[in-house]
Structure formats: C-alpha cells, structure tokens
Design a protein around this ligand. Structure first.
Ligand SMILES: [Zn+2]
Length: 268
C-alpha cells in the first residue's frame, strides 16, 4: 500500500479492520492472495459529497469498493421525483451490475456521505474474476445478496412506516460513515426515502427530542444506537444478517486468510 493509499485510508485498530486501512467487508472476505491482486489493480480515491459516480446509460468504466462513506443509487422519474433504490456502503462494490455482464449503468449513483474507495477498472476486475473460480463463485453469491437487498428495499418502501425506514437509513449511514457524526440534510433524506421533506423533518425532530440523535448544521450525530436499532424496521437487521452470513459463508476464504496471517506473524 503506497503513501497515497495510507493517506486516504487511515490505519484502523485491529478490531476495526483485519487489513490495515481496508474497511470494505467484501474485500476483507477475500483470501489474502486475491486481495493483494485486487489491490494491485486498484487505486485509492476520495469520494466527495454530491460526486456522481455513474449517470444512467453511461459506460461502467470503473467500479468502486466503498471503504468509508455512502453512495446512493436512485431512480429519477419523468416529473423529476427521485427515490432511493439502494444505499451502497462498506459492504459493497458499486456498480454491481457488472456481475451480470452489464457494461452500462442503468441508474444514477451519487455519493451522499463523503469518504474513500478503491477504484478499479471494470475490465481488470473482470479478468481477475474470470481466472479464479472461487472468486467467481463468491461474487455470484454477492450478486444474489444484492438482488435480495433490492427486492427488500422495494417491499420496505411499500410496507414499512416512514419512521422505521428513517431509522434504518440512519443505521446504514452510521455503519459506513465509520463515525458517530456524518453530514445529512433533511432534503437528502427525503429524496432517498421518496417522501416529502416536511414529513421527514417531523420524524427527525422526534428522534432529536427523544435523545436518539442530534442534528445540527447539516450533520447528524448518533447518540443512542441501541434505541435506533429497536425503532428501525426489520430490514436493517435482516440485511445486515444476510451480509454477515455471506461473508462468513466463505470458509475457505477465511481459512486461507487466517493461515496467511498466522504465517506472517510467525515470520516476524
Ligand atoms: Zn423496512
């Protein structure tokens, strides 16, 4: 990892990360040999708030392993209204459509919480996936996980109460911001939840009054995560559990990684 990478990916404590500077859970699930190959073909980049990673119908030249921060994929309707399709954080690579052979984005993707990512050329990553059966199978399972998550988001929009969805969204943001405080406006949250700003403001105000969050000058602070989890819809818990299962369900990957780590520590 070069100096630029270290600058963009501050070193985390051992509890926070198995590989210094890498927080992306998809990358951390890979055997060290594969991870090293991917790191060699990728470059660290900063993600600025409002940065558009993809425009609808534009080529997917690069893919991003989000290392800190949150990007949102959203659909814009003919009347200009938008709604979130998916939030992409440290569990993910964006745009996962490349895994089904797509070379173009079908939706817009914009960074909403600034951070960092490892950027890789789509063709380079495809080559790595093509030549490694275990990686290919793992990425296929990841693609299935993403499909499940998108279908759950559709159901969530339709069936769950705004307050529950708002809490769900704040928890996702908290996980990927890697900080108790992150930028978030009512306008943005309303856009993501597909709801009027006034309604979202009422919910946010009630969360502030209950001491669950603080919200000042466009920044949210998570004060009581346990209560936030209790108030969120089932979708947060289920999606997180699915992701945990996906990353834990790669026993060979984990064994290889642990073996390499043990070898390294013995060699010191
Ligand atoms: Zn839900």
């Amino acid at each position: 990892m070069n100096a630029e990478t270290t600058k963009l990916f501050p070193i985390q404590s051992p509890q926070e990360s198995q590989v210094k500077g890498i927080n992306n859970r998809l990358l951390l699930a890979l055997p060290r040999t594969i991870l090293d190959r991917i790191l060699r073909i990728s470059e660290p980049v900063s993600l600025a708030r409002g940065q558009r990673l993809y425009h609808t119908d534009q080529p997917l030249n690069h893919l991003y392993f989000i290392n800190r921060g949150l990007a949102c994929i959203f659909k814009t309707m003919e009347d200009g209204r938008t709604v979130e399709i998916e939030a992409i954080g440290i569990d993910d690579i964006v745009d996962a459509l490349f895994l089904i052979g797509s070379d173009r984005a079908i939706l817009d993707t914009v960074v909403q919480i600034p951070g960092t990512a490892l950027r890789v050329r789509r063709e380079d990553l495809m080559n790595e996936i093509e030549k490694d059966k275990a990686l290919r199978q793992f990425m296929q399972r990841y693609a299935r996980h993403v499909c499940n998550r998108v279908t759950r988001t559709v159901a969530c929009h339709r069936l769950h109460h705004l307050e529950q969805r708002c809490c769900h969204w704040l928890l996702m943001a908290h996980d990927s911001a890697l900080s108790d405080e992150f930028p978030l406006t009512h306008e943005f949250l309303a856009m993501m939840l597909g709801y009027q700003r006034a309604g979202v403001s009422i919910i946010m105000r009630s969360l502030v009054d209950a001491g669950v969050i603080a919200h000042k000058r466009g920044k949210v602070s998570i004060l009581d995560r346990t209560r936030l989890e209790a108030m969120a819809c089932e979708c947060y818990r289920t999606t997180k559990s699915d992701a945990d299962e996906l990353y834990a369900a790669a026993p060979k990957f984990a064994q290889v990684f642990e073996f390499k780590q043990t070898d390294k520590s013995r060699a010191r």
